[in-house]
Every structure is written in structure tokens, then in C-alpha cells.
Design a protein around this ligand. Sequence first.
Ligand code: CP
Length: 309
Amino acid sequence: MTTETDDTQPRHFLDVDDLTETELFTVLDQAAAYKRAVEAGDEHTDLEGQTLGMLFQKASTRTRVSFETGMTQLGGHAIFLGEDDIQLGRGEPLKDTSRALSRYVDAVMARVFKHENVEVLAEYADVPVVNGLTDDAHPCQTLADLQTIREQEDGFDGVSATWIGDGNNVAQSFALGCAMTDIDLTVATPEGYELDEEVLERARELGGDPTTTTDPVEAVTDADVIYTDVWISMGQEDERDVRMNDFEGFQVGADLLEHAPEASIMHCLPAHRGEEITDEAIESDQSIVFDQAENRLHAQKAVLSWLLE
Ligand code: CP
């Protein structure tokens, strides 16, 4: 967690706890302000003349489009670099990519597989680096998730959230975000798919006290928010049969929702309808999934303008 800043170094956003709690609320307030501005048709040109370099080693719909649109809306510009546009796969060291990009752009957003790779990018960058998802963390998603919960619940006081399914990268950053906003978090996973103990410890250090369970019914009962994600992430396709069997009983659908008829349903998308969530659940009045997707735009504009100020 960042508690002191070195003014000579750029700030990075590699996971939620790179922000202090105060900074997190500043970013969330700005995200809400940007959303109101879009709804009112007001223009903000806070990033006029600034360029974001976006490195994608993995596919994306929401992250790419929300960052690029966000830069456009704020008067800036974004450059997309997919796997075929970058030299990383052809032997260029990450530190060289990072140093060179720093000479062109004002910030870098990177979606790379290994978390240590985004850390190397940040170490050698002279400009802020934002993590657009690694195998360990998805902090931009968490910003949008927190903005969505805050809107839906009119704040964070007394809110209980249940993460259900795989204790994956999205879950890990969400656990940290819940700890920083005092959301009472329960994490329900099958045995063998729990959150990393190191992440649970970080959440406790941030003031959270996540409950872990293997009982999905117990976990969703009385929850204000139920949040799920795919059971089979990119690169895990070979594990499909095993995972589909292991996650039986964890689907967000009628059987679980009868125990939580008032809970809001969240999913970071892309969803595999019929697997971790049913068609009916995602289309129901309980679903706030597309508000959550929209908030990626506002939250990322906020974190970019905060980092670049
Ligand atoms: N939730 C999310 O990061 O979506 P994309 O993979 O489409 O960017």
C-alpha cells in the first residue's frame, strides 16, 4: 500500500491499494462527477493534449473501448497496441518497451498476463502505468464496481457483498476494494478455488474482515450484492470439464436467488450465460451488470485524470 509519495516518480495504479483510502474516495467522487457531466452533456477537457498508450497482450472489449472513449471525452487521445503491434513477443525486454513509450505518451495502460510484467513496466516508466488486468489483479474493474455499489446502495455503510465462484484476479482486487470502503465481504468458492491467502491478509491490513465459505446458499442469504465472474478464464479452456463439475451449485440463477430475492447482481463481463450466471438472472430487474460496465468509463477517466494531474 502506498502511504508516502515520492514527487520525483510517477504514481502508478497496479492494484486498488496503490491508492490510499482518501485517494480512492477522491477518484470515486470524480468518477461520479464525470458521469453526471456525461449525462448533462457537459464537456470536460481535463486531458487535452495528452496521449495514453494502451498495450494489450490479451483480448478486451470493455477495457479497450472505455479507456479510448474516456481519453476522447477528456480531450486526449489513445493509441491501441495489440499483440501484433508490440515487440514483446519478439524478444524486446519489457524495460525497453517501457522506457521508449515513456518518451512518447503521457500514460500507459497495460493488459499483460503476469503481474510482475506490469510491475516491470511501471518500474522503468517515467509516466504513470495503469494495470488493465493481470493474472492477479483488475483494479480498474474494482473502481467501476465500487462506483456501481455506491450508486445502488447510496453509499457503502452497512453494505454486504458476496463474491461467488472463482477466487480469481477480479475477486482479488474486489476484496481489497471492499476492505477500503468497509463493505462486508463474503467470498464463496469451491474448495481449491479460494482467494490467495496473501490477498486476504492484505485485505485485513486494510481494515477488512472477509468471510470465506464453501457454502453458496449461506453466502448469498441476506447479501445486498452478489457478484460473479466466469469459471473458465482465458488460458483455462483445458480445465473446462473439471471446473464445470467443481463449480456445480455456484451458478447465480433461480436456485440461489430464491435466497436473495432483493440482492443486486453484478458481473464484470464477459459472461458465459448458462455457466456462472443464467440468462434470466443477468436480464432480471436485480441485475446491475450494464451499469457496472458503463462505470468502467467514468471510473477510468477519473483515475487517469488523477494520475496525470
Ligand atoms: N471486464 C473486462 O475487463 O472486460 P474486457 O475483458 O472486455 O476488457
